[in-house]
Write a protein that binds this ligand. Structure first.
Ligand code: HEC
Length: 219
């Protein structure tokens, strides 16, 4: 008898539940905020926005958070100026160089080659033409110029401003200068930086550059 009652209750309950279901209306929502967020949805239409649209232009004379000012124009003149004036603000250290080398392998080596000789895999497969060697005497490769082409790209080369941060661009530039030096058979940037620091220390001790020169002559 008990089982009959139980079965009866079960049938009654499911019949009641099913009868409540109406496929023309939305169902009950538990935790409705999971479906309908409290915040405004991207591209949603809301009365508080002009034209009911959320995607609006930023107010005039404002800059987005994290925006970096870059004064050089995306033009041949801009590149020349950056090459001449712009200096790497980060010191040459093993750490900066190592990070630069890693990022270079990721982003640049496919075209420019591990050695910077312009013989990356895409160059060998002729997917991209006209990739220069950093030692090309017809090009003035300077840290500022390397930074600039990462910001804007140059002809077939795209911009890397969206992929690497300001610091990373300079670390890459450091590594590229190192590659250029080794292609030219010159001492690497770390060595050059150490010599420069020593010279600065020596001339600092003697107060004049002339003394520093004679000091190193005596060695
Ligand atoms: C898709 C292939 C490709 C990739 C990837 C690439 N480059 Fe280039 N790059 C080129 C080409 C092609 C040129 C020659 C552009 C020209 O002069 O028309 C060039 C030129 C350059 C130059 C010489 C600019 C000058 O002043 O003459 C530098 C420096 C340079 N690239 C650095 C980089 C760095 C750093 C990266 C990685 C962040 C990179 N490139 C990634 C194709 C590439």
């Amino acid at each position: 008898m008990k089982t009959f009652i139980n079965i009866g209750i079960a049938i009654f309950a499911s019949a009641t539940l099913v009868s409540c279901f109406n496929d023309k209306k939305p169902n009950y929502q538990y935790f409705p905020n999971m479906y309908e967020p409290v915040g405004y949805e991207t591209y949603g239409e809301y009365d508080i926005f002009p034209n009911q649209q959320e995607a609006m232009h930023p107010p005039a004379n404002t800059v987005p958070r994290g925006y970096e000012l870059y004064d050089y124009e995306n033009s041949t003149e801009g590149l020349q100026l950056a090459k001449a004036e712009l200096q790497n603000p980060y010191p040459v250290t093993e750490e900066n160089l190592a990070t630069g080398a890693q990022l270079y392998t990721l982003y640049c080596a496919v075209c420019h080659g591990d050695k910077g000789d312009g013989q990356g895999i895409l160059a060998k497969r002729e997917k991209f033409l006209g990739i220069p060697s950093y030692a090309d005497p017809g090009r003035t490769i300077t840290p500022g110029g390397i930074y600039h082409v990462q910001m804007y790209g140059l002809n077939a080369m795209g911009s890397y401003a969206g992929q690497v941060s300001e610091k990373e661009r300079w670390q890459i530039a450091m590594h590229v200068m190192d590659l250029k030096a080794s292609l030219n058979g010159e001492p690497g940037v770390l060595e050059t930086a150490e010599v420069a620091t020593q010279d600065a220390l020596v001339s600092g001790e003697n107060n004049t550059g002339a003394n520093a020169a004679s000091e190193s002559d005596n060695k």
